[in-house]
Design a binder for this molecule. Structure first.
Ligand SMILES: [Zn+2]
Length: 148
């Protein structure tokens, strides 16, 4: 509904009302609500948008999709990877995991680094010293436990 009613002319009118508010000519929240039949909080959003964009209300470009939207599409179509159309700032590649949305190359690099820190290459059984299992009497005699 908003997309149809929020044309350039209407946005101009609303901008003028917000400009009047700035000049101390009252509040026009109700007037805007009536004009485009929206909620009070939507007027607040428009007002914030207007003041952030130096007296212009800038609507989201409907042709542009967010990363989240692209990720959702990839997930819904069962793809393991997706791209967002812009390269990663760290590695300059454009391939992301559908499940997490994180960069594939950076994730792999991070995992490699973690493997290096943990050094999982050794075999646990080979490096453990042979431990003797002592019975109760031996443990009492060696002083490992006391008989109370
Ligand atoms: Zn990356």
């Amino acid at each position: 509904m908003f997309k149809n009613t929020l044309n350039k002319e209407v946005l101009n009118d609303i901008s003028n009302l917000f400009f009047k508010e700035i000049n101390g000519e009252g509040r026009y929240t109700e007037a805007v609500m009536e004009k485009i039949s929206c909620s009070r909080s939507f007027v607040s959003k428009l007002r914030k948008n207007w003041s952030k964009n130096d007296g212009l209300i800038k609507l989201k470009d409907p042709t542009k999709t967010t990363v989240k939207e692209k990720q959702d599409v990839a997930l819904n179509t069962g793809l393991k990877y997706f791209s967002i159309g812009t390269n990663c700032l760290k590695c300059s590649k454009d391939e992301r995991y559908s499940s997490t949305g994180s960069c594939v190359a950076c994730s792999k690099q991070r995992n490699q680094r973690n493997v290096g820190i943990l050094d999982m290459s050794f075999n646990v059984e080979d490096n453990l010293p042979a431990l003797t299992i002592l019975d109760r009497t031996s443990r009492l005699e060696s002083g490992l436990i006391c008989n109370l």
